[in-house]
Structure formats: structure tokens, C-alpha cells
Design a protein around this ligand. Structure first.
Ligand code: BGC
Length: 747
């Protein structure tokens, strides 16, 4: 071929590319609106191998655990189409700058996708997810996620790495803080609400973001509560307990999924086609894309299932991980793997299409800058409505664990002493996953008390959260002596929960308990406020205190929310979504355990050979669903519409609730069932419904629940999903332990 011919060929080739590109960017074809699939197909048809691989790469930019991680060459790689997605880059201005460069200088002008960890709020921080879950208020949780999405989108982001829906029954695991607790039914409801909140009704709107369900799968079951540890369970438990929340999120429309760090059944999730293909794609029909967790691909070398990172890239990609976060194994090897025939190009095309479809759905091809409007950003971040909602959510999330002699609510004329290492902390109000949250704008509990009472507060720190120094005890005793009531704010500092924050002891760290013991010697009423991210073993502290309020890490409006609850401006209504054990030796302990062949109650008292401990009762410190109010609710008249139902019938379960206390308040009414005889053993209780009802003092309401045979279904002995005829108990009550019960039969 001579130079002239070559020039002509090049010209024709370029012409072809430009034509196809114009085609793919056009939304119309002869007056007909082109589908996203058509637009994606024409785009992929002109992409080079490098550009295709680029769409599978997600790299961190800027702020990160290990400092700035963007490689110097990264901007060049972005413009060359070798990096298609970024995380940790935010603000409308910053992302606009990056996006503009891509739109101006890259060959194909494929917009970058910006992702970020938006776990419980973005700038306006909501309570930690375990706290939000304790509200059992599904519309409120959806609203909180909606606000998080609005703020994230206004801040230049398209994609949130949430919701985290891992069931956890071991509070030693620090990430228990990020989920909804131990129950599958409740976790499903919350997962759906979060996805709807993030994604809204139309992903292309400028105030909605793509959700990412994580961590797939069963990450919350790491052995011994140690983060990143092995997960080993039967497929029955996997399917019945752990998988449903991911499925619920996907059914609610979530279009991305993050693989988990753990192995399941001997295979790391990043290399598990059983999880990522058989279940996620083939059984569930998932249509979005799968992203790795942070270097989760590379870690398969440490897991010992591949020899090197190239092998890790091959295994992860072929198992269904379509985008890689931070590990760079796709960046480094995916092209070669395709050229060597170890990864099929069609498979790469499939992954790239799944990713590009999301960019189209987000409206990025129609307006790559729509998430980068600085005026809208200013109006949106910390909007008054967001702060009010964060306050409401924080109040709803707090759980009153004890209130002897009605020491709470406090009256304004009582002189309080505020003591404890967390009483004047702003930072710890945030929780561990409040990535863009800003502590300096948050009033501490101390400053919120002083704003509320209009006076300076008697305050002493007393000790640090986590060391043995008792030199502050004297000062604490001094202020305690001058007070009518002591409010102690104790717990864990924010990074004692969260990722890589597993603990073997769930006691209050440091000398906080000793401080409480010292103060209790004065005989003054003590209110203990806990800031922490997980169940703690606080039997002793509960005994020493007159009232205990579990405030979690309550977020941006946390200070005011704690104060409003303490002074009765808001009435506590939260209930635990995870069991508080008496001690670590009881773990795993959850309300929906199995009966065993030798249950405690079936034997005469003192009989040794039952399923129990010789040094501790089987009872938890606080059961699932537990939480008090300043008012009291009376349950009566549990009625079933039928004593026998057929498989197509609906059973109506009603109960009367009366507010017999002195305050208007909300009660979370819980319905559980027990399937008495099954082809496989069934839990002693299973949550199947709940309702949050508001009752004025003296008011009664009938609360109705409806159950169908579908609600009674489970994985039967042959692993088919369905119900089995027979006898059932139904329980309705104020927590999993305190219920009225009745019986019915499914025929
Ligand atoms: C966590 C993920 C998170 C990712 C990116 C990982 O260490 O497991 O939940 O989304 O980092 O920050």
C-alpha cells in the first residue's frame, strides 16, 4: 500500500468512526428515539480494546485512606480512555473540571462516572445505618437516603457505594454499624427503601444517583467477627438469611452490586461465578454491573486461589466482576488477557455495555455536566430541610434501654452534670462512614445542652475513651457533687466501629466503667447516654444507671437530638434491630435461633443436659425489637380472622394497643410467627411484619396485619421455596420477647 492509499484508508476509517460516533450520540434515528441499548451498541462498536478496558477501571482520586492515590499518569490515562470512572473525587467545581477535560480532549468523549461512599448521608450526616434501622421507620429511611442522594448529586457525584445490606449476627464485627442488624425481613424492607431513596423514580434526574448494593455476599458472617475473615455456612442459610436483602435491593431497582472481601464455600466472592453469575445474573436477572471491592481482586492472591495479580484479573473478570476499584489488575492485564484469549472479547463487551448503560441512564451522555452546577450545589448542601430531617431521624433512631423511676425526661430546673469523654465531642457524632461529613459544624452534646437550657453546663471529661488514665476522675466527682442529676456520655470513639474495627471485647473501652462506678457512689440519679456503633456488653453499666439511652452515632443533628430526647421534647420510640448480648461468649445470639433438641424450657430446672451455658443464662441483655418510651402501651385482644387458612387465603391478625401513659408517643408493633413442624427445623420466631403507630395519651387503636401462605414460605428440605401445611404460632408484641400469642393452621 503506497502513502496515498494509506492516507485514503485512514481518511475513510476516520470518517467511519465519526459517523458511528455521531450515530451513537444521537438520540434519534429518522425521528425514532434510539434506545439506550442501540446507543450503547454503536458506541462499543467503535471502541478500541484500551478504551473498553478503560470503562472497567475505577480509580481513586484525591482523598483516601492512604492519601492521594491518583497516579501522576492518571489524567493522561483518563484522556486516553484508559480510566473511565473515578471515586473519591467530589464537589461540583472539581468534577466539572475533570469532566470538561474529558469532553474536550478524549477521543470518544465518554463521560466519567464519579462514585463515593455515601453511607448515612453525604454532607448532612444521618445516624449510622444501625441507628437509622432502629427507627423501624421505612418512609423516614427512604427520605434520609433521598436527601443523601440529592446532596451527593449536587456535589458532583453520580454513584453511591451504598446501601450496605449485610446481615450481621456478630457484633464483634465493626461493620455491623453499617447495616440494618440481624433480621432478614427488616433488612429487606430497609434495603428497598434505601435504593428507592438513592435512585428515585428516574436516574437521569440531576438529584438521583445510582445505588450499589454491597457486599455480595454474606460479608456480615465473617468468622469470629474478624473483618475480612472466612465465611462458611450452608447454602440454606445463605439463601434464607443472607441473600434476601441483596435480592430485595435489586428488585427495588439497584443497578450496581459490589463483590465482598470474604470467601464463601472456599471461593473468594470476587472469583465466585456461583454468586456473581449463577445467582445474581441467572437466577435474579440482574441487569446492572458488578464492581469489585477495594483491591478485592488482588486479594485473591492472598486467599491463595491464584498465583499472581494477572491470574486474579482473569479469575475475577471471568467470574463476573465487571469493574475494578483501585486494584489496577484490569488496567494492567485485561487487554493482554483478551489478546491471549483468556478473556473473551464478547465478555468484555458485555461488561462495558453494562457500565455504559448506566452512564446513559444517568443522563451523562445527554448532559455530562448536569451534576456539576455550583449554584444548585450551594442551595442543596445542608439545606434547612435536610438538617431538620437529620434531626428527626436521629430522634427516631435512639433507643431507651432503661428508665427507672422515670428519671427521664429531665426537667429544665434540675441542675445536671455532664460527664464523659464523648460529652463534648463533635467528631464522634459522625460515625465511621461519614466520608464527606464535617465535624466542626456539629454541636456537641455539651453545647446542645447549654443552648437548650440557656446556661453553662457543669462539665468534666472524666477520662479518655480508650486508655487507663484516671486523673480526670476527681474533676468529674466535683461537678457530679454539685448536680441534681448526672448525665454520662460514654461509649466507643467513632473509629472503634466500622471497617477493620473488630473487637474481641464489647465492654466499654478504657476506664469509662470505672468512672461510672466512682460517680455512682454519690447516689445521684444517673442517666447514661451511649454513643457507639454496635451492641455492647453493658450489663454492669445498666445496673449502675437509672436511665440508659442508646444514641448510636447520631450525625449532624445529633447534639440537639440527644438533648430533645433527654428533656422530653421528643419521645423515644426506637427499638433494637440487633440483640445485645450479656457477654461475648453468647455470640452469635439472635432472636430467631433454632429450638434445638434439648431446649432449656423442656427440662426440669437445674437439669444439666440442656442447650445452655453453665456460667450464664441463655437470655440476652436486651432482645431484638426492644426499646422503651416515656409513655406505656398496653396490648390486648389479639384476634385472628381464621383458625385455619388455605394456601390462597389471607389471615388477618389484629391487636388492640392503648397508650396508658402520660405522653403521646409512637409504638413499633411487631408480628412474629413460628412454624411448629417443618421438613427442616425452623426458627423459634421470625419477624413477618411491623407497624409504627402514633397514639395520643389515653388513645387506643386496632392494628391489623395480613399473612398469606407466601409469608410462611422457606427453603424446604429439597431446597425448593414454598410453604408447608401445618400448625403455626403467631406472636404480636412490643419486642421479640414480650408478645401475645395465638395459633392457626395452614391447610
Ligand atoms: C469497603 C467498601 C467501600 C470501598 C471504597 C472498601 O474498603 O469495603 O464498602 O465502598 O472500600 O471506599
Amino acid at each position: 500500500m503506497d502513502n496515498k492509499e494509506f492516507g485514503l484508508m485512514r481518511f475513510l476509517y476516520l470518517l467511519l468512526i465519526v459517523t458511528i460516533l455521531l450515530q451513537s450520540c444521537r438520540t434519534q434515528d429518522n425521528g425514532r428515539v434510539k434506545t439506550i441499548d442501540e446507543r450503547v451498541d454503536s458506541l462499543v462498536s467503535v471502541m478500541t480494546l484500551d478504551e473498553k478496558v478503560g470503562q472497567t477501571v475505577l480509580n481513586g482520586y484525591g482523598w483516601d485512606v492512604s492519601g492521594p492515590v491518583m497516579r501522576e499518569t492518571n489524567m493522561k490515562d483518563i484522556l486516553d480512555g484508559k480510566i473511565g470512572n473515578l471515586f473519591n473525587a467530589y464537589t461540583a467545581e472539581f468534577n466539572l473540571k475533570l469532566q470538561k477535560e474529558v469532553m474536550e480532549k478524549s477521543r470518544l468523549k465518554i463521560p466519567l462516572l464519579f462514585g463515593y461512599d455515601v453511607i448515612h448521608g453525604h454532607k448532612t450526616i444521618f445516624p449510622i445505618p444501625l441507628g437509622e434501622a432502629s427507627s423501624w421507620d421505612i418512609p423516614a429511611i427512604e427520605k434520609a437516603s433521598r436527601i443523601a442522594a440529592k446532596e451527593a448529586a449536587a456535589n458532583g457525584l453520580h454513584w453511591v457505594l451504598a446501601p450496605m445490606v449485610d446481615i450481621c449476627r456478630d457484633p464483634r464485627w465493626g461493620r455491623v454499624t453499617e447495616g440494618a442488624g440481624e433480621d432478614t425481613y427488616l433488612a429487606c424492607e430497609i434495603a428497598k427503601a434505601r435504593v428507592k431513596g438513592f435512585q428515585g423514580d428516574d436516574l437521569s434526574k440531576r438529584n438521583t444517583v445510582l445505588a450499589c448494593v454491597k457486599h455480595f455476599a454474606a460479608y456480615g458472617a465473617s468468622q469470629a467477627g474478624r473483618d475480612y475473615h472466612t465465611v462458611d455456612m450452608s447454602e440454606r442459610v445463605l439463601r434464607e438469611v443472607y441473600l434476601p436483602p441483596y435480592k430485595a435491593a435489586i428488585d427495588a431497582g439497584a443497578l450496581s452490586v459490589m463483590a465482598s472481601f470474604n470467601e464463601y464455600d472456599g471461593v473468594p466472592a470476587h472469583g465466585s461465578s456461583f454468586l456473581l453469575k449463577d445467582i445474581l445474573r441467572n437466577e435474579w436477572g440482574f441487569k446492572g454491573f458488578v464492581v469489585s471491592d477495594y483491591t478485592g481482586t488482588n486479594e485473591m492472591v492472598n486467599h491463595g486461589v491464584v498465583e499472581d495479580t494477572k491470574g486474579a484479573a482473569e479469575l475475577a473478570f471471568n467470574s463476573g466482576v465487571e469493574m475494578e476499584i483501585q486494584g489496577n489488575t484490569y488496567f494492567d492485564y485485561l487487554k493482554d488477557l483478551v489478546l491471549e484469549g483468556k478473556v473473551k472479547e464478547e465478555q468484555l463487551d458485555y461488561a462495558v455495555k453494562n457500565i455504559l448503560k448506566m452512564k446513559f441512564k444517568l443522563g451523562l451522555f445527554d448532559d455530562p455536566f448536569q451534576y456539576c452546577d455550583t449554584i444548585y450545589e450551594k442551595e442543596t448542601l445542608y439545606a434547612p430541610e435536610h438538617l431538620e430531617t437529620a434531626h428527626d431521624m436521629a430522634c427516631k433512631s435512639m433507643v431507651l434501654l432503661k428508665n427507672e423511676s422515670n428519671v427521664l425526661p429531665l426537667s429544665k430546673d434540675k441542675k445536671i452534670a455532664l460527664i464523659g469523654p464523648l460529652a463534648d465531642s463533635q467528631d464522634d457524632m459522625l460515625g465511621s462512614w461519614s466520608a464527606a461529613g464535617e465535624a466542626h459544624i456539629i454541636p456537641s452534646i455539651k453545647s446542645a445542652v447549654s443552648t437548650f437550657t440557656g446556661r453553662d453546663v457543669l462539665y468534666a471529661k472524666g477520662c479518655n475513651v480508650d486508655d487507663a488514665d484516671q486523673s480526670g476522675f476527681d474533676a468529674a466527682m466535683k461537678v457530679a457533687k454539685k448536680s441534681d442529676v448526672v448525665v454520662m456520655v460514654l461509649g466507643e470513639s467513632r473509629f472503634m466501629s466500622g471497617e477493620a474495627a473488630s473487637r474481641t471485647s464489647l465492654d466499654l473501652p478504657g476506664v469509662q466503667t470505672e468512672l461510672l462506678e466512682e460517680v455512682s457512689k454519690l447516689g445521684k440519679p444517673i442517666v447514661l447516654v451511649l454513643l457507639n456503633g454496635r451492641p455492647l456488653t453493658i450489663g454492669k453499666e445498666v445496673e449502675l444507671s437509672d436511665a440508659v439511652l442508646e444514641a448510636w452515632y447520631p450525625g449532624t443533628a445529633g447534639g440537639k437530638s440527644v438533648v430533645d430526647i433527654l428533656y422530653g421534647e421528643r419521645i423515644p420510640s426506637g427499638k433494637l434491630t440487633i440483640t445485645f448480648p450479656q457477654n461475648v461468649g453468647q455470640i452469635p445470639i439472635h432472636y430467631n435461633m433454632k429450638n434445638t433438641g434439648r431446649p432449656l424450657y423442656s427440662q426440669p430446672p437445674g437439669f444439666k443436659y440442656t442447650s445452655r451455658y453453665i456460667d450464664c443464662s441463655n437470655d440476652p441483655l436486651f432482645p431484638f425489637g426492644y426499646g422503651l418510651s416515656y409513655t406505656k402501651f398496653e396490648y390486648s385482644d389479639l384476634q385472628l380472622s381464621h383458625s385455619v387458612i388455605g394456601s390462597r387465603d389471607t389471615l388477618k391478625v389484629s391487636v388492640q394497643i392503648k397508650n396508658i401513659g402520660d405522653y403521646d408517643g409512637d409504638e413499633i408493633v411487631q408480628l412474629y410467627i413460628r412454624d411448629l413442624v417443618g421438613s427442616v427445623t425452623r426458627p423459634v420466631k421470625e419477624l413477618k411484619g411491623f407497624k409504627k403507630v402514633f397514639l395520643k395519651t389515653g388513645e387506643s387503636k386496632i392494628v391489623n396485619f395480613y399473612l398469606s401462605a407466601n409469608d410462611l414460605s422457606f427453603y424446604r428440605k429439597d431446597m425448593s421455596w414454598g410453604f408447608e401445611k401445618g400448625d403455626f404460632d403467631v406472636f404480636v408484641g412490643t419486642n421479640s420477647n414480650d408478645c401475645k400469642s395465638a395459633k392457626f393452621k395452614l391447610n
